[in-house]
Design a binder for this molecule. Structure first.
Ligand SMILES: [Zn+2]
Length: 377
């Protein structure tokens, strides 16, 4: 029986991960007896549907079912770092994630973890069923973090390097999986993610995205700084033959720009840019360009970021380190701004932070995802 289950684990691993997860849940919890084992012998992927899942599935709208699952208490924090209010999810694994962990998941490749926005992206019924079948973050983590050593799991404020190391160990190498269930045949593991297509133009810094470039030029009279983490772009416009070589320029009096990503419409920058905030500040202007070696760079859309809600709430609260995690402000989506969804200002581990999702303007397509942190003087 055990050998058969292992054989099935290997077979199922080539299927979406939720199937794999489901099989492990079956083995570990021994919840179902005859029918699922019958399915195992027949090599048919199948799903154990809990009573809760049945109730959820009976509801009509797919998005409603997904949002109900998101309201479950264990899904109110990111499965990987514990950050509050995750808005992303991986239906291939069955976990809800914060934006920063989502960016790392994207580097794993969609065969290991395909990530979608809970609020923005369109979901298929199968993807929603996959999330519901796994049952949420606690259920997934009971498998993937069965043997995670103390102090290894990152917190919400972890660096990108810490986060990446943990997420790769957890899902790609499966280091914390219950050892008695771990797949021993390395060949059955998903292929390693392809090399990132990061490319640095001659004019840009040669450092990689894991060692972000930081440009900090204080202007006289600056009232503080913004650390803008340019996380990723999605569905950007084509400006070369088939793709583009995008980079992002931010402007708030001074300018700062990311490195150029070669031949991609879905770049992952994960790069920190620093801007000093003058006393009479306006919005941050964001522009995306296509790097062109032989001619002027082409514009690939733009957007304005209203930083007033963040600065007003940050000033009102003063020393954020005196407060626990909480929401302190909000920049609301409206017809005359570029927001894809409302953008809340939060105190997270004593820092004032804001996640911003932008629909690029004056261009056929493209979205940019950022995190902004207020750094007081
Ligand atoms: Zn996270």
């Amino acid at each position: 029986m055990e050998a058969k289950i292992f054989q099935n684990l290997e077979t199922n691993y080539k299927q979406p991960s939720f199937r794999f997860l489901f099989v492990i849940v079956l083995v570990e919890k021994l919840v179902c007896m005859i029918p699922p084992y019958l399915d195992l012998f027949l090599m048919q992927p199948t799903y154990h549907i809990s009573e809760e899942a049945c109730v959820l599935r009976s509801e009509s709208s797919g998005k409603k079912r997904l949002k109900d699952l998101l309201q479950q208490s264990d899904n109110r924090t990111c499965a990987d770092c514990g950050a509050h209010d995750p808005k992303w999810a991986s239906p291939t694994i069955g976990v809800f994630l914060c934006l920063r962990c989502c960016v790392v998941h994207r580097t794993l490749g969609p065969n290991i973890s395909k990530v979608l926005s809970v609020t923005i992206d369109e979901w298929t019924d199968e993807e929603i069923d996959a999330m519901i079948d796994v049952g949420g973050n606690s259920s997934a983590n009971s498998i993937y973090e069965a043997h995670v050593p103390d102090g290894v799991k990152p917190g919400p404020d972890a660096t990108n390097d810490q986060r990446t190391k943990f997420i790769r160990s957890k899902y790609e190498k499966q280091e914390f999986l219950n050892t008695s269930l771990k797949i021993s045949n390395k060949n059955s593991l998903p292929p390693s993610p392809s090399k990132k297509n990061g490319f640095h133009a001659p004019s840009s810094s040669s450092s990689s995205s894991s060692h972000p470039t930081t440009k900090l030029e204080c202007l006289d009279g600056a009232i503080g700084h913004l650390k803008v983490t340019v996380l990723q772009g999605a569905n950007l416009a084509v400006r070369d033959m088939l793709s583009s070589d995008p980079y992002v320029v931010l402007q708030l009096g001074e300018e700062a720009q990311t490195t150029v990503m070669r031949s991609t419409l879905n770049p992952i920058w994960n790069e920190d840019l620093m801007l000093s905030v003058p006393e009479n500040y306006g919005p941050v202007k964001l522009q995306v360009y296509d790097y062109d070696r032989f001619s002027a760079d082409d514009i690939m859309g733009e957007a304005e970021i209203d930083i007033q809600p963040m600065l007003t709430s940050a000033m009102a609260f003063g020393d954020a380190s005196m407060f626990g995690d909480m929401q302190i402000g909000k920049w609301l989506k409206s017809h005359d701004n570029a927001l894809l969804e409302d953008s809340t200002v939060n105190i997270v581990d004593g820092k004032v932070k804001q996640e911003v999702s932008l629909q690029l303007q004056n261009v056929e397509s493209g979205m940019i995802y950022l995190e902004i942190e207020w750094i007081p003087p």
